[in-house]
Design a protein around this ligand. Structure first.
Ligand code: UDP
Length: 492
């Protein structure tokens, strides 16, 4: 039986995408890979999971059957989760609770597969499975699907929270207003933290803190980044500065793990928006897309539309239906939502007036391919880490419009440290990003000297990303180092 690595991703597309890329790295090194799937109803995972299974015949997928839970428990999870991010609703349920229930079937599965299992690689949301691994003597590692800067924040957060005593980060905002200083991270405002972290008593925040505290119990942390990109954070993590008083396990930067990098899609089933891009001039199109869950109220969609029209630039815009309540929520947590009715959502005549130079795509576009297309010139992004890396590896400058989770910290990194993007002012306001801001930032990135400088830096980052993955590159070496750790393990 071939040596097997078992990967246990969190819920949601943003976790599954890099996990599959990591799986491919292991396959290329001659290992067998099992990816575990958990399919609670109501999360965005099932459709993505079905596609993953269909498109990856070399990977063995195993679905963990969740023990039946009574309706009351499910409802309680729902309520508890109401505020992954305070303002915005989370993916359907509390991911920690759902994945905790997967521990019993995980134990059964690992027992049955034990002789061949060399390592269990856990998503941050599955960190409680460290106990399952320990019980069976299976070496367990963490795979952090966001970047090193976000990891530096996460690992330091329990310490920083403890230093606040009975106060919350929300009190710090109201208090002296001084920026937070975390090792390896540019100074940032407390409001750049996930919103739940502003209230020390928020139930989900307590779960995050517990998970962050447990990450260093793993044998090592694989991070979806490359050393050049996040050198400051990587150094702080490796120096142990982020987790005072405890050892930090080895940190392996094995990225960028980006969907389909280097692949050319020759299939006949090319998405229509790629055909449209074929007809546009080189680097002329602004691409707007807000992750697998981001959505806006109708008012904000209208402001984007008017701003795009006024900018005079070419654009490709993925529009998702607003949440049913059409309130201030930023996350569409229901993938069963109907397709958006563009005539109803966008200003009258907008589609006709911009038809020659703009394309609106309903709900979903093949983002990674769009970004790699030669006609794409800039990316308005919610700063999800996969999106960020897809932009970086395509050499495209970023206009940052963070929405939820760790995206504001990612934005701080992109703007302040990497200088690969600028922010869309107003993203964090109670109201919205204004028409004028959309118009002027889009014009700026496409036509100004500052935009040109950003594009040049983005090109350098793209080159550095490729170098990192090549033979002898830092990410290639970190992967080999990680695999050598298996051989040093006498028990397996
Ligand atoms: N994505 C896509 N098409 C879309 C929206 C999203 O292909 O219309 C992909 C995107 O390329 C990325 C993932 O979904 O790989 C989103 O992950 P990210 O970490 O950026 O954000 P999240 O969805 O987790 O907030």
């Amino acid at each position: 039986m071939r040596d097997t690595v078992v990967l246990h991703p969190g819920l949601g597309v943003g976790h599954l995408v890099p996990t599959l890329e990591l799986a491919r790295l292991f396959l290329r090194r001659g290992l067998a890979v099992t990816v575990l799937l958990v399919e609670p109803p109501g999360t965005p995972t099932p459709a993505a999971a079905r596609a993953a299974v269909a498109n990856n015949p070399s990977i063995h997928f195993h679905t963990l059957p969740l023990p039946a839970t009574d309706a009351a428990a499910a409802a309680a999870e729902e309520v508890e989760a109401n505020g992954v991010d305070g303002k915005s609703s989370p993916p359907a349920r509390d991911p920690f609770a759902v994945l905790h229930r997967a521990n019993a079937p995980l134990r059964d599965y690992l027992r049955s597969a034990l002789p061949s299992v060399r390592a269990l690689v856990l998503d941050m949301f599955c960190v409680d499975a460290l106990d399952v691994a320990a019980g069976l003597g299976v070496p367990a590692y963490l795979f952090y699907t966001s970047g090193a800067t976000s990891l530096a924040v996460s690992l330091h957060l329990p310490h920083a929270q403890a230093a606040l005593g009975a106060r919350s980060f929300g009190d710090v905002v109201v208090g002296d207003g001084a920026p937070l200083r975390f090792p390896g991270v540019p100074p940032f405002r407390p409001t750049e933290l996930p919103t739940a972290a502003l209230d020390r008593d928020n139930a989900l925040y307590r779960k995050f803190l517990r998970a962050f505290e447990r990450i260093p119990e793993s044998r090592g942390i694989l991070v979806n980044t490359f050393e050049w990109l996040e050198a400051t954070a990587v150094a702080a993590l490796r120096d142990g500065a982020c987790v005072p008083g405890r050892p930090t396990p080895p940190v392996y930067c094995v990225g960028p793990l980006v969907s389909g990098a280097g692949e050319v899609n020759n299939s006949d089933k090319r998405h229509a928006c790629l055909e449209w891009l074929d007809a546009q001039p080189e680097k002329s199109v602004v691409f707007l897309c807000f992750g697998s869950m981001g959505s806006f109220p109708k008012k904000q969609l209208e402001a984007i539309a008017i701003g795009l029209e006024a900018s005079g630039q070419r654009f490709l815009w993925v529009v998702r239906n607003p949440r049913r309540d059409d309130g201030a929520s930023l996350v569409a947590n229901d993938h069963q939502q109907p397709e958006p009715d563009l005539d109803e959502l966008l200003p009258e005549g907008f589609l006709e007036r911009t038809g020659g130079r703009g394309l609106v795509v309903k709900s979903w576009a093949p983002q990674a391919e769009v970004l790699r297309h030669g006609a794409t010139g800039a990316f308005v992004t919610h700063c999800g880490w996969n999106s960020t890396l897809e932009g970086v590896t395509a050499g495209v400058p970023l206009l940052c419009w963070p929405l939820y989770a760790e995206q504001r910290v990612n934005k701080v990194f992109i703007v302040e440290e990497a200088r690969l993007g600028v922010e869309m002012a107003g993203y964090d306001g109670e109201t919205a990003v204004a028409v004028e801001e959309v118009e002027s930032k889009v014009r700026w990135v496409m036509g100004s000297e500052g935009g040109r400088a950003l594009r040049e830096r983005a090109e350098v980052a793209k080159e550095k990303a490729m170098e990192a993955l090549e033979q002898g590159g830092t990410s290639h070496n970190d992967l080999l180092e990680f695999l050598r750790g298996f051989d040093g393990d006498a028990s397996h």
